[in-house]
Structure formats: structure tokens, C-alpha cells
Design a protein around this ligand. Structure first.
Ligand code: GLY
Length: 266
């Protein structure tokens, strides 16, 4: 029996000097996630807790490091999905909370809904015990959504992502991150999550496409490559993706300058 976790820190214009620190934080996250799996924990826990490390670091464009929309305020999106029963939850344009992915999980587990948005989602998150923040940090570089996928010993796949959005966008703009099928998707066999221009991911429902390619018989790596090529061909934008199947095999592809990532199979 194999379990595995993969995590990325966002596709984007990473400077080479920013990569070692990004990799160090990702290693810490993957270590935590794989430790949870090793102790028999769930893929949902592994994904949520790994992404929390990135949200708390302030180094990436999510959680504490979220970028500003045009009115000068940070608004974050996040989602989580479990492939076995297609359970999912997400929050859109939440403000002043540290861990949007944990809020997304609360939506999935504590409500009958999939998505909550704006001030209602923020209020829900606070009521459900998510820590608040009053100040943000500037992320290391111009980068995008972070995401993680895990498969546990029960072969359940979970995928999650978290973002401060694309930045310099109209106040109230929502990206792909919490749009199921666009920013992320999971089935019994595979999970996928994408990073890059949200509008391009929504227009192409690229994460769902990547999972469909696995159903069609492509390998995880070939599916990752094809999904991003398709997105770029149809929209002109560059992007990145991670994929993980129930055997713990991964696919990684990006056509942006860089996309730091880390993987552990146990
Ligand atoms: N991919 C994050 C966003 O565009 O909001």
C-alpha cells in the first residue's frame, strides 16, 4: 500500500534567488503531510495541514502573503475536494483570515453547500474557529495559487488550493481557485490542481480536463503536459499543474518561468 503527497508553491515569475527558501518551506510542508499519512491520517488532513504551512509562511501568494486587489485590500479564495464521494467546499474573496483552506474544509464538512463567498464566508470562517489576521506580508515574488494533493492508505484522494488571487484586479474579482473543475478536481482515481491566470483555468476547466485525460488512459505526466498545452493554446496564458493518482504516481508540468514543488511517497 502506498500513500503520497505533492505540493506546489505557485507558477510564476520566480527569481532564482527566491527558490531555495520556497523549496525549504515546501519540504517542510511535504514532510508534515507525509507524516500525517504515515500515521494513518487522511489525505484531507495531509492536504489541509500542508497548505496551512504555506499560508502561514507569508512567502507565497496565499494566506498571510496574499496580494492586494485594486482597492488595496487582500481577498482570498480556497477550496478542497475529496475524490471518493466528490465532496468539496470552497470560500471566495474572504478577508483577514489566516487559513482559507481550513475555512473551505469547514464549508465542506459543516454545511450542505459547496461555496460561500465574501463577508458571509469570512464570518462563517471566524465562527468556525479560523484564525484572523490584521496585517499581511509581501510574498517573495510575483507568484500564484498554491496547491496540494494527497492519497492516503485507504486510497482516498484529496486535493486543495489557496490563493491571494491574481492581484491588481477589480475589487471583488474571483479567480479559479474555488471553482471546482477549474482550479482543482478529484475523482476516485486521480486529483489535479492548477496554478496561473484564474480566468484561463475557468474558461478551460483545466483540472477536470486533466482528470478526464487519466480516464482516457494517459499517464499522469502526459495528462499534465496535455492539460497545460490545451489551456495555453485556447487562451494564450501560461500555467502550471500537479496531478496525483491513487497509486501515488505524480505528474508535474508548467510553461511559466518556474513552479516550485515537492513530493513524498511513503
Ligand atoms: N489562480 C489564481 C487566480 O487567478 O486567482
Amino acid at each position: 500500500m502506498k500513500a503520497a503527497v505533492i505540493i506546489h508553491g505557485g507558477a510564476g515569475n520566480w527569481h532564482k534567488d527566491s527558490m531555495p527558501k520556497a523549496n525549504e518551506i515546501l519540504e517542510k510542508a511535504v514532510e508534515l503531510g507525509s507524516g500525517i499519512l504515515k500515521r494513518g491520517g487522511s489525505s484531507l488532513d495531509a492536504v489541509e495541514k500542508s497548505v496551512n504551512i504555506l499560508e502561514n509562511s507569508g512567502y507565497f501568494n496565499d494566506g498571510l502573503g496574499s496580494v492586494k486587489q485594486l482597492d488595496g485590500k487582500q481577498r482570498m479564495d480556497a477550496a478542497i475536494m475529496e475524490g471518493k464521494y466528490l465532496r468539496c467546499g470552497g470560500v471566495m474573496i474572504v478577508e483577514n483570515i489566516l487559513n482559507p483552506i481550513s475555512a473551505a474544509r469547514k464549508v465542506m464538512e459543516n454545511t450542505e453547500h459547496v461555496l460561500l463567498s465574501g463577508k458571509f464566508a469570512t464570518k462563517f470562517a471566524v465562527k468556525n474557529g479560523i484564525k484572523t489576521i490584521s496585517k499581511y506580508k509581501k510574498p517573495a515574488v510575483e507568484c500564484d495559487t498554491v496547491g496540494a494533493i494527497a492519497v492516503d492508505y485507504k486510497k482516498v484522494i484529496a486535493v486543495g488550493n489557496s490563493t491571494g488571487g491574481a492581484g491588481k484586479m477589480l475589487a471583488g474579482r474571483v479567480g479559479d481557485c474555488a471553482v471546482i473543475g477549474a482550479g482543482l478536481y478529484a475523482t476516485k482515481k486521480v486529483g489535479a490542481t492548477v496554478t496561473g491566470k484564474g480566468e484561463a483555468a475557468i474558461r478551460t476547466t483545466v483540472s477536470r480536463k486533466a482528470c478526464d485525460l487519466i480516464e482516457e488512459g494517459y499517464s499522469v505526466q502526459e495528462a499534465a503536459k496535455r492539460a497545460i498545452k490545451m489551456l495555453t493554446k485556447k487562451t494564450g496564458f501560461k500555467s502550471g499543474i500537479i496531478i496525483l493518482n491513487k497509486n501515488g504516481d505524480y505528474g508535474v508540468w508548467h510553461n511559466t518561468k518556474a513552479m516550485p514543488w515537492a513530493y513524498r511517497r511513503i
